[in-house]
Design a protein around this ligand. Structure first.
Ligand code: ATP
Length: 362
C-alpha cells in the first residue's frame, strides 16, 4: 500500500461501453472516497482494440507496468469486432493480465438485487446469493493458443495442478468464512467438477478435500458440473461458494448472470496472491456503445468488491465500510425504482451513476 488509507488505482477503460461504465463508476467513487476519507489516486492507462488500431500495440508495456505497480486495477471492457491481430485472433489484454499476474481466482458473485427482475418465478429466487470461483489460469484454458490441429484432428489439453487447486480451495474457504461472518449464517463450499469421468477432476477433488480439513467450521461438498447446471436453475438459493475449473466456470457464470438480470448486473474480480483486476463480466457491447444507455451496475459492484479486497489487504476499515455502502446504495437505487434499458427501463448510464451517488451518505 502507498501509505495508511491511501491507494493507487490503475484504471483501464478499454473499448466500447467499457469507457462509459468506467466513467460512471469513477463518478460514484469520488463522493464515496470523500465521505469515507479514502485516499484514492487514479491513473488512467491506455489499452484495448482502438489503441491497437491507432498505435499497433494493444497493451503497451508501460500500461502493464503501471497496472502491476498499482494497488488495484479497475478495467472496463476490451475488444472490438473488426479490429483483430494480424493472425485473426481477438484483442484481449484482460486475458494477458490474468496469466501474467497469476490471477487464479475468478470471483463471480450471483446475487439478486432488490427490484431487478430475476429469471425464475419461485419467490426464493430473490434470495439467490452465491459466488462462483472460476479458476482462471489453467484448466482447459491452459492450452489456449497451444492446441494441436492437423487435417484429421484437433486436441486441447486440460491441466489441473496441486499448487493452484490448493490456492483456489483455500481462497474459496476463506471467502466462505468472510461471507458467513458478514451474513451471520454457516458457510458452505461446493467444488464443481466431473470427477466421475476424468482423472484430472478426481485429482482436483482429492486436493480440495485435503484443504477442506483445515476449515472445520465451513461445510464442504462436491457437485458434478452437469448436475450443477440443473440445480442452478432448480434451486440456486441453496448454494454459497462454488469453486470450479476454468471452462466450467466460464459457462456457469453466464448462466448465473442470466438468473439475476443479465450481464449488466454481473460483477467480477480476478484475484491472485499479490494483484487483482476488477471488471464487469460483460464485454464492450458494440451494439449499444456510445448511446449512453449501458448499465454500469456490474462495474459499480466490481468496484465495491475492489474496496473490500483492499480492506482485507490492509487498506483500512474505511475501505470495507465504503464497499458495504456502495453495494447498499446500488440496492437502494434499484429497490426504489431505477430501471436500466437492459431490463426494459429508461435510465441511462449517467442516471444510474447519479442515483447511486445520491444514496451515498444518505
Ligand atoms: P464479449 O465477447 O467480450 O463478452 P460481446 O460484445 O459479445 O463481448 P457482451 O458485450 O458481454 O458480449 O454482451 C452481449 C450483449 O449484452 C451486448 O451486445 C449488449 O446488448 C448487452 N449488454 C452487455 N453488457 C451490457 C450492459 N452493461 N448494459 C446493457 N447491455 C449490456
Amino acid at each position: 500500500m502507498a501509505g495508511a488509507n491511501s491507494v493507487r488505482l490503475a484504471v483501464l477503460p478499454g473499448d466500447g461501453i467499457g469507457t462509459e461504465v468506467t466513467e460512471a463508476t469513477l463518478a460514484v467513487l469520488e463522493p464515496l472516497a470523500q465521505r469515507h476519507g479514502l485516499g484514492i489516486t487514479v491513473e488512467t492507462l491506455p489499452a484495448g482494440a482502438f489503441h491497437y488500431r491507432e498505435t499497433g500495440e494493444a497493451f503497451p508495456e508501460s500500461s502493464f507496468r503501471a497496472a502491476r505497480a498499482a494497488d488495484a486495477i479497475l478495467l472496463g471492457a476490451m475488444g472490438w469486432p473488426g479490429i483483430r491481430y494480424a493472425d485473426g485472433t481477438e484483442i484481449a489484454p484482460q486475458l494477458d493480465l490474468r496469466f501474467r499476474l497469476g490471477l487464479y481466482a475468478g470471483v463471480r458473485p450471483v446475487r439478486a438485487i432488490p427490484g431487478v427482475p430475476v429469471a425464475l418465478a419461485d419467490p426464493r429466487a430473490r434470495d439467490i446469493d452465491l459466488v462462483l470461483i472460476r479458476e482462471s489460469t489453467e484448466g482447459l484454458f491452459h492450452s489456449r493458443g497451444k492446441g494441436l490441429v492437423t487435417e484429421e484432428l484437433a486436441e486441447e489439453t486440460l491441466r489441473i495442478t496441486r499448487a493452484t487447486t490448493e490456492k483456489l480451495a483455500r481462497f474459496a474457504f476463506r471467502l466462505a468464512e468472510r461471507r458467513a461472518a458478514q451474513r451471520g449464517r454457516p458457510g458452505r463450499v461446493t467444488l464443481v467438477d466431473k470427477a466421475n469421468v476424468f482423472r484430472a477432476f478426481a485429482f482436483m477433488r482429492g486436493v480440495f478435500d485435503g484443504v477442506a480439513k483445515a476449515f472445520p467450521d465451513i461445510a464442504s461438498g462436491h457437485h458434478y458440473v452437469d448436475a450443477m447446471a440443473l440445480d442452478l436453475i432448480r434451486r440456486p438459493w441453496d448454494f454459497d461458494v462454488l469453486p470450479t475449473e476454468n471452462m466450467f466456470g466460464d459457462i456457469l457464470s453466464d448462466l448465473g448472470a442470466g438468473l439475476v438480470g443479465g450481464m449488466g448486473f454481473s460483477p467480477s474480480a480476478d484475484i491472485g496472491d499479490a494483484h487483482a483486476v476488477f471488471q464487469p463480466a460483460h464485454g464492450t457491447a458494440p451494439d449499444i456503445a456510445g448511446k449512453g444507455i449501458a448499465n454500469p451496475t456490474a462495474t459499480l459492484l466490481s468496484a465495491a468488491m475492489m474496496l473490500d479486497w483492499l480492506a482485507a489487504r490492509g487498506a483500512g476499515q474505511a475501505y470495507a465500510d465504503a464497499a458495504t455502502e456502495l453495494e447498499a446504495a446500488v440496492d437502494a437505487a434499484f429497490g426504489e425504482g431505477l430501471r436500466t434499458a437492459d431490463i426494459g427501463g429508461r435510465d441511462g448510464t449517467a442516471a444510474v451513476a447519479r442515483a447511486v451517488a445520491d444514496r451515498i451518505g444518505g
